[in-house]
Design a protein around this ligand. Structure first.
Ligand SMILES: [Zn+2]
Ligand SMILES: [Zn+2]
Length: 257
């Protein structure tokens, strides 16, 4: 059997649209296309449409992992649930929605203000909160969690499936302990929100992301949550980089892990 699985970048950007059309990136969202099943990690605004553009059926997702509640990571949750309510034929089985502390109240609140349009029809919606260190699992996969450094409860996720390990940082500043959590993983999807030299405790600047990536020693790293300035910084820094297999994420990029 072929080992590994597919990763699709729905959105490689963050929370602010670029001024130049060519630099616009959708907010954070990733799909893991497993031998059996489709897992989603974040679904920022616009990413439901990105799924369709990538040829992936939203109803095929069995589990959605939110790293945190910021709209650039969760903005299309309402759109997804709305779609599933009216999709034909109706989805069956269950959709599990995972996230850090606060996720259950967040989903309940969304459903309340938009009632009844997000209520499941034909399937079960199960919302499960994860604390740092908790593990989620499904057929042929498991997901481990690490507390991110961010101004709200946020998690980094490590997916192990088909003999491969994928780590998605979500939003985090340095200091979360990714060096251990992501050590030797097959693909590290790492945020690099700010241009080199800028500092924000809840995010990585390009230079910090590069240092962190080196310390994690992944087989490959994909920098994401980019803006035009951080992408520019990374391109300059990576010209001098030796030894690290790194690239910048782009919307609708497909990789095999
Ligand atoms: Zn973000
Ligand atoms: Zn955030």
């Amino acid at each position: 059997m072929r080992r590994g699985f597919g990763v699709v970048v729905l959105g490689s950007g963050a929370f602010t649209p670029a001024r130049k059309p060519a630099q616009v990136r959708n907010p954070a969202g990733y799909a893991a296309v497993l031998p059996k099943g489709l897992l989603l990690f974040d679904l920022g605004f616009g990413d439901l449409w990105q799924l369709a553009r990538c040829g992936l059926r939203p109803a095929a997702a069995t589990d959605l992992f939110l790293t945190h509640r910021h709209p650039d990571h969760s903005g299309d949750l309402a759109a997804l649930l709305f779609h599933l309510r009216y999709d034909e034929p109706p989805r069956s089985g269950r959709l599990r929605l995972w996230g850090p502390r606060g996720t259950a109240a967040f989903v309940a609140g969304l459903r309340w203000v938009l009632r009844p349009w997000l209520d499941p029809r034909g399937y079960r919606l199960e919302v499960r909160e994860l604390a740092a260190g908790d593990r989620a699992s499904g057929p042929g996969w498991r997901v481990d969690t690490l507390a991110a450094v961010h101004p709200t409860a946020a998690l980094c996720y490590r997916l192990e499936a088909a003999g491969r390990r994928l780590v998605i940082s979500g939003d985090t500043g340095p200091g979360a302990g990714l060096e251990r959590f992501a050590a030797g993983c097959d693909l590290l999807v790492l945020e690099a929100t700010l241009p080199a030299g800028q500092r924000d405790p809840g995010h990585c600047a390009a230079d910090q992301a590069l240092d962190l990536a080196r310390a994690c020693r992944p087989r490959r790293v994909l920098f994401t949550h980019l803006c035009a300035a951080s992408a520019g910084s990374l391109r300059r820094l990576l010209k001098r980089e030796k030894g690290l297999r790194a690239r910048l994420a782009q919307d609708r990029l497909r990789l095999r892990v």
